[in-house]
Design a protein around this ligand. Sequence first.
Ligand SMILES: [Zn+2]
Length: 271
Amino acid sequence: MPELPEVEVTRRSFADRIAGARIRQVRLGKPLRWPLGCLPAQLEGCTVQAVRRRGKYLLMDLDRGVLLLHLGMSGSLNFAASLPAPGVHDHFDLVTDRGVLRLHDPRRFGAVVYAAGEAAPEAAKLLEGLGVEPLGEGFDAAAFHTALKRRKAPIKQVLLAGDVVVGVGNIYASEALFLAGIRPTLSASRVSRPRARKLHAAIRQVLARAVEKGGSTLRDFSNAEGQSGYFQLEAMVYGRAGEPCRVCGTTVRAIRQGQRATYFCRTCQKP
Ligand SMILES: [Zn+2]
């Protein structure tokens, strides 16, 4: 599943190139997770002003309204001067005078949704409830600790829930908890202030580095220019069950939390 760094890397790979482009045509494939919310023809003639990100949504500002794009479980975007005819898994093409933006999504959990504005109900219902941006200035260590104190669930699941801090998915939650030395099963309410501070820094570090490295290749990720990332080569614990911890040599363990796999080192990560 594309996580925040992949979405941010995708955004950076085409945002500048598509800004100012005029939409000529919208082609829809099979239904995605949610309907577009307008007639494709209504978007013709609109100009793309900017592409922003909120959580794992890309917000494409138009001169009339906004398009929200989500990559779902298996989506990827490609933006190129021209593209071959849409294939069986290409479900959305935004044809502009600068090139074609295509959503390729075999599992079709992704979506493109039009809203009259960010505050319009179609957009608000997707964006409301999202926690603070982990890479933004609003992500504050003290406020993070206060929010964790109110939650009894295991810290890993609180991170994944996305309402305290948004976009820390399975890979990066495992990695950040390793860097902070915190056992993923520890109740969030029992994370001390100093450990919350360490975790805050670790979340920022692991996400910023993943963005810098171009995202993860764990699920065939590639950005909108077709370049793949390579964060997985550096994972400390994620996907390494049975292998020695890179710090202490203890065998990395895998457990299930919710429906997700969690990886940790029993020696480096204290309950
Ligand atoms: Zn270790």
